[in-house]
Design a protein around this ligand. Structure first.
Ligand code: PMP
Length: 368
């Protein structure tokens, strides 16, 4: 077996070793074709690439329980592409977007949207230290916005929505699920559009999944670039452009593996929560040595940022150095906030997490 480090990178994150071994074994000879999936034409009607894309899409539909009136689309350009695609595809109806601000990613999404129309902040966690969201009925939703945008897991702040917000039938909910997709069940019907970039649970970077309700395919701004148009993608089965067949295949292998192993996302969610609790328990029992100020019911189950004594940088740097010496990698926080962060996406083995938790305790005993 490949020599795999304990890798806690928040993104691109470690992918499941079993799934990646399957990819490795089939890289040069995709299902007996004698060619890699990334070496075949996407114009071969009914050929391996089409079949693989249909299978991947079907896996996503089954795993998430995506209703028939939602399209499953694959884009390039990551979540950053969708930060622009959301307003471009929806601003044909009014040109206004409501944003719920929870941290770095929702802020970036809003800034991008402001290039194409009017954006409004309807809930902002900044003054609350990004520790929790107000209940949905306190969000100041506009009557005339084309959509309400949320980020269900702020990967930098570790602030998560564990329940799907209900904005009612008169609002279209758009969600960046990049760092929480496939970590819990989702009530897709509550959303108009869901997007998630590769690099976390989905697969490698280079594929961005978009799940969009079909009545939302016809309200784009005329200048929407074809590469970002949900309608163009849908009309051409995501073959208008050359698809990243390799990355889409990986999504198919990973979702197939989740279906085979867990059957549904309830089981995956149980595992994510249990694993996250192992880390939060050490933090909460550390009497202020480790700190994470997110309110317990909003704490992320996929990427957990924490500080040492609210930000003693010397100790944090030592933590990173010492963890590497113990074979535990990529535990640094996002460059914009510093500190420490441990990502526990689906692909991280339980053994790695156990080693990490043990290291946290040992480090505290030695340095408290
Ligand atoms: N949204 C969230 C929640 C993220 O975690 C990230 C990546 N860390 C992004 C958006 C940006 O994704 P990409 O760089 O693939 O565009």
């Amino acid at each position: 077996a490949a020599c795999r480090a304990h890798n806690f990178s928040a993104g691109p994150a470690m992918l499941d070793t079993g799934a990646m071994t399957y990819v490795q074994e089939n890289l040069l000879d995709y299902e007996g074709c004698g060619m890699g999936i990334h070496e075949m034409s996407h114009r071969d009607v009914g050929g391996p690439v089409h079949e693989m894309m249909a299978r991947t899409s079907d896996n996503v539909r089954r795993l998430l329980g995506v209703p028939d009136n939602y399209r499953i689309l694959f884009f390039q350009g990551g979540a950053h592409g969708q930060f622009a695609a959301v307003p471009l595809n929806l601003f044909g109806k009014g040109g206004k977007g409501d944003y719920v601000i929870g941290g770095n990613w929702s802020t970036k999404a809003m800034k991008e949207a402001s290039k194409y129309g009017e954006v409004r902040v309807v809930e902002d966690t900044t003054s609350k230290g990004n520790a929790y969201y107000a209940p949905v009925d306190e969000w100041e939703l506009s009557d005339d916005s084309a959509y309400v945008h949320v980020c269900t897991n702020e990967t930098v702040q570790g602030l998560a929505m564990h329940e799907d917000p209900d904005v009612g039938p008169n609002h279209v909910l758009a969600a960046d699920m990049t760092s929480s997709l496939f970590s819990r069940p989702v009530d897709v019907r509550k959303y108009g559009v869901i997007y998630a970039s590769g690099g976390k649970n989905l697969g490698p970077a280079g594929c961005c999944l978009v799940i969009v309700r079909d009545d939302l395919l016809d309200q784009s701004l005329p200048q929407t670039p074809s590469i970002l148009s949900w309608k163009v993608a849908n009309d051409h089965n995501c073959l208008y452009y050359t698809p990243n067949a390799f990355a889409i295949w990986c999504v198919g292998v990973i979702t197939g593996d989740l279906l085979a192993r867990y059957g549904n996302l309830e089981e995956v969610a149980k595992r994510s929560k249990q694993r996250a609790e192992m880390v939060y328990k050490v933090i909460d029992n550390s009497v202020g040595f480790y700190t994470n100020n997110v309110r317990p019911d909003f704490r992320s189950h996929t990427a957990i940022p924490f500080r040492i004594r609210d930000g003693v940088e010397e100790l944090e740097k030592k933590f990173i150095r010492d963890s590497v010496k113990c074979g535990l990698h990529q535990t640094f926080g996002h460059s914009s906030v510093g500190g420490l962060r441990v990502a526990i996406y689906n692909g991280l083995p339980d053994e790695s997490l156990k080693e990490f938790v043990k290291f946290m305790k040992d480090f505290m005993d030695t340095n408290a």
